[in-house]
Design a binder for this molecule. Structure first.
Ligand SMILES: [Mn+2]
Length: 330
């Protein structure tokens, strides 16, 4: 993989904005897929293609066509992983039965969960075969990509987790028996001593912390949360809760950081640039640090002021704020 890459953040069914962004970046649709003229550049999609927005099916088909044409790498987001788990029976294909998961599927079919998956299903209404093919496509998406000049994943890069997955030869659900792998990734309490829950969840959701003293907050969609997402690039040793919690738009009262967090590793300033989405940023695109670049600017945000954002990368090891390219949510 060369270093002429355009990283693109969370799309969530906003295919119109995706087409506009690709055009702005100079990609042209030829023979059914967007490509960069001359082939000198390619895209890394940072995951979360589904579950919101008006054009889930169209977004998936565009991303898949680029992946198949070799003009893009498409990474897995937590929404893709959740969709695969939601439609997978507990124990399917002779895999481990995860005893701590109630109901017949790896994800509960509760009201709140069904509500999340409904948008994707609606988009495929009357096209069940195409829906199943979409799920097969999702099974092939890598959890992260690493090159000499960059790293990229949906949420968090963790060196230890990368080592663990690499030692097992697992970069996606396609690197083994799917039924077994997805059971292992859902095995939160390590019932069979071969859980992959931790490393994969770190890449797809990032580290989170149980908030102390019964503190809760409501996220952008009104769901009550007891856990907070963390800035995994900040040294937690002496950080305050405000330094370390990463919930844009949420104000939390000051309180102690739980001790386990204090000793965890973090993504240092000397590491190569890392690109990710997931965190619902708002406002104008900006760098978090010279080597830390989040590209999720809430194109599917409820306030309707989101953006679909790319970073035009050429191998530089100190990222440059003038290299963001974006379109406003329609
Ligand atoms: Mn996400």
């Amino acid at each position: 993989m060369n270093s002429s890459i355009d990283f693109i953040g969370d799309i969530h069914g906003h295919c119109t904005e995706l087409r506009a962004l690709l055009a702005k970046l100079g990609y042209v649709e030829t023979s059914g897929a967007y490509r960069y003229p001359g082939g000198g550049r390619s895209v890394v999609f940072l995951g979360d293609y589904i579950d919101r927005g008006p054009e889930v099916r169209e977004a998936i088909n565009l991303v898949r066509a680029m992946r198949d044409a070799g003009s893009a790498v498409a990474l897995m987001g937590n929404h893709e992983f959740n969709a695969l788990s939601f439609w997978q029976l507990n124990g399917q294909g002779g895999a481990h039965v995860i005893k701590s998961i109630p109901g017949g599927y790896l994800r509960e079919h509760s009201f709140n969960k069904v509500a999340i998956h409904m948008r994707t299903v609606e988009s495929y209404k009357g096209r069940k075969q195409e829906f199943l093919e979409m799920l097969d496509f999702l099974k092939t998406l890598p959890f992260f990509v690493e090159a000499e000049t960059f790293r990229a994943q949906h949420a968090c890069f963790d060196l230890q987790c990368a080592k663990e997955l690499d030692s097992l030869g697992i970069r996606s659900f396609a690197d083994g028996n799917f039924d077994e792998l997805i059971a292992r990734v859902n095995d939160q309490y390590n019932e069979y001593d071969d859980s992959l829950f931790h490393p994969v969840n770190i890449f797809l959701k990032g580290p989170e912390m149980d908030l102390p003293n019964g503190i809760t907050f409501r996220d952008g969609e009104g769901v009550l949360r007891k856990r907070a997402r963390l800035r995994w690039w900040v040294d937690p040793k002496d950080a305050s809760l405000r330094d370390i919690v990463f919930q844009p738009g949420v104000e939390l009262p000051e309180c102690d950081v739980v001790p386990e967090i204090r000793s965890s590793g973090f993504y240092g300033e000397a590491e190569r640039p890392v690109f990710f989405g997931h965190y619902w940023l708002t406002g104008l695109p900006h760098l978090i640090r010279e080597n830390v670049c989040c590209l999720d600017y809430s194109v599917a945000g409820y306030r309707g002021d989101g953006r679909l954002v790319a970073y035009r990368f050429d191998g530089e090891q100190q990222l440059d704020e003038s290299k963001f390219v974006w379109v406003e949510a329609v």
